[in-house]
Design a protein around this ligand. Structure first.
Ligand code: BV8
Ligand code: ZN
Length: 269
């Protein structure tokens, strides 16, 4: 693990070793209200490819080229083929120690999780932590889920882990209500996030005194602005990422390391 570094408004990547971790753990322990913002990096150790770098590509298609309404309109079969490849890959993945540490934080400190991920692994971790008593903590899937389908024409939608046959347009899923083509229940680039979810996310971020931001390159808006909402309201930001990001300057502490290694140590309570 790369030693944690001190962030803190100066945003330098100076190796701070254990003191950075101890300081971050103290901020989390003393927090009254924690919001957690996660990106693809929190699922990397579960084997889910992130969007950056080579592993984010599929047959040389970039996510930005396929995760758009225009791509789906142009070639729904190709887009469904990409989503089915991801659904079958993610369907074999399990929550890693990072997801489990965050699920325990949800139970122990009623931390709210605002995730950009569409892999469903936070929800699985929360189920497995046996968090039947979790009333307060929220899990907002800002960009939807690979395992939700919705109609392109009416309000029908459903959760499904059933394989999709993307071999031809005729075998693609169609709406049982109106017969129109069904689409993945995710938010594409250029599409607005669900208004209620987005308002709730910014309400939670603005009312938290601590924002833990894990495994995101912080380039996709509006999600990348959530930690800013905590900071603007006077809260502190703690970052966990092997690399610096546009949020590192904002962080009181920016820990250089992988989520699966850092979070269990950071959140041990
Ligand atoms: C909107 C679901 C407005 C789909 C996703 C210019 C042109 C066009 C649009 C824009 C533009 N400028 C801004 C925009 C808006 C655009 C945007 O932000 N574009 C970016 C690319 C500039 N945003 C939108 O379009 C949003 N909608 O703005 O609507 C609007 C309003 C009204 C009416 C109409 C429209 C919608 C954005 C949602 C897109 N959907 N996902 C799908 O998944 O198929 S985004 C998708 O990519 C993810 O959900 C996530 O948000 C993003 C990837 O980011 P990360 O999660 O951070 O992952 P990444 O791979 O980038 O980084 C991984 C990180 O983990 C790295 O930092 C790495 O160091 C770290 N890491 C690696 N290993 C580990 C680790 N960390 C810890 N541990 C490890 N082991
Ligand atoms: Zn329909």
């Amino acid at each position: 693990m790369i030693p944690p570094t001190e962030g803190g408004g100066r945003g330098h990547g100076r190796p701070a070793g254990e003191p950075g971790l101890a300081r971050a753990a103290e901020l989390i322990r003393d927090a009254r209200r924690i919001v957690v913002v996660t990106g693809a990096g929190v699922s990397a150790e579960s084997g889910v490819p992130t969007f950056r770098g080579r592993e984010g590509l599929w047959r040389d298609h970039r996510p930005e080229d396929l995760a758009t309404p225009a791509a789906f309109h142009r070639d729904p079969r190709l887009v469904w083929e990409w989503y089915e490849w991801r659904r079958s890959l993610v369907g074999e993945c399990s929550p890693n120690p990072a997801h489990r540490a965050l699920a325990e934080l949800q139970v122990r400190k009623e931390a709210d999780i605002l995730t950009q991920n569409v892999d469903g692994l936070h929800a699985l971790a929360l189920e497995r932590v046996g968090a039947d008593g979790v009333v307060e903590a929220r899990l907002l899937e800002l960009h939807g889920s690979l395992f939700r389908l919705r109609c392109t024409a009416c309000s029908w939608e459903t959760s499904s882990r059933e394989p999709v046959d993307a071999s031809s347009e005729a075998t693609l899923p169609h709406c049982p209500e109106c017969g129109a083509l069904a689409r993945p229940g995710v938010v594409w680039f250029g599409e607005a996030l669900d208004r209620g979810v987005l308002e709730e996310a910014f309400r939670l971020a603005s009312s938290a005194d601590t924002c833990l931001v894990v495994g995101t390159s912080a380039v996709v808006q509006p999600a990348a602005s959530l930690p800013l909402a905590t900071a603007r309201a006077g809260g502190v930001v703690v970052e966990v990422n092997p690399e610096p990001t546009p949020l590192t300057n904002l962080a009181a502490v920016s820990l250089r390391g992988s989520a699966g290694e850092v979070l269990p140590r950071l959140l041990e309570g």
